[in-house]
Ligand binder design. Structure first.
Ligand code: ACO
Length: 214
């Protein structure tokens, strides 16, 4: 559990709240000024990002307030709060960051495909609260919000705990070998829905009398 000097319950209105690059929690109901909210959300992302990196044995954090604000791809961080923690001010217990990334991914026969899949980028539940179903609650919430199917996700460098988590909760076991750090599972290319957005907007042009997007 991570406690902060400010009121976590006021900052994050729900048990699981989404935050995007504006650093204003979705559904924020308080009356603090924007820069104070952003400062506090940034502090939460910094602390949770650091804890996640430490848990994964990484030298640098994948998530921080500054990185989150300036990323060029659309990302969402889902923040899980224990509403009863820190004498009723609330404690932050989990972070799950997802976002679309342009990736070259090999299919079952080794053919490269350029896709913009939803990716699991960072995932952390406070040590003392792990293995009690909180990670699953956070992940399930993300799947609903993102209208995502676990088999179509790409996972950035999953830890052994996350590999075990995905096997246990979603039966994801067989991987399709890649040449980058992303892990995808068999079924990733089957009946794959069109990836909804691309980080680079396409330009329209007329070519040979036809409208094309390049
Ligand atoms: N060892 C092995 N498997 C584990 C462990 C562990 N210490 N902890 C959780 N798991 C897996 C197991 O499958 C476990 O089921 P089991 O207890 O029956 O073996 C299952 O997760 C438990 O599910 P939840 O309780 O819903 O998950 P939890 O709240 O523990 O959250 C998470 C899972 C986020 C992976 C958590 O364990 C964690 O924060 N680990 C440290 C950080 C980490 O490795 N994050 C993923 C990095 S990779 C990435 O983010 C792309």
């Amino acid at each position: 559990m991570v406690d902060f000097s400010f009121d976590v319950n006021e900052l994050f209105p729900a048990e699981i709240t989404a935050v995007r690059s504006d650093l204003i929690p979705v559904g924020y109901l308080g009356n603090k000024n924007h820069s104070l909210i952003q400062q506090q959300v940034s502090a939460v992302l910094d602390v949770m990002g650091e804890a996640s990196a430490k848990a994964q044995g990484l030298k640098t954090s994948i998530t921080s307030g500054a990185k989150f604000r300036t990323t060029d791809c659309q990302q969402t961080a889902y923040i899980l709060v224990d509403k009863f923690g820190n004498s009723g001010k609330g404690s932050v217990v989990g972070l799950l960051k997802v976002g679309r990334k342009k990736l070259f991914l090999l299919d079952e026969v080794g053919k490269p495909n350029e896709l913009v899949p939803q990716c699991v980028l960072d995932f952390y539940v406070a040590e003392r609260r792990q293995r009690s179903g909180l990670g699953s609650r956070l992940f399930q919430h993300m799947l609903i919000e993102e209208r995502a199917d676990p088999r179509y996700l790409a996972v950035d460098r999953p830890s052994s705990k996350l590999v075990s988590f995905l096997r246990k909760h979603y039966g994801l076991v067989n991987t399709i070998p890649q040449v980058n750090n992303y892990v995808i599972f068999s079924g990733f290319f089957h009946d794959r829905p069109q990836d909804q957005c691309s980080p680079v907007p396409k330009k329209a042009r007329i070519y040979m009398g036809k409208l094309q997007y390049v």
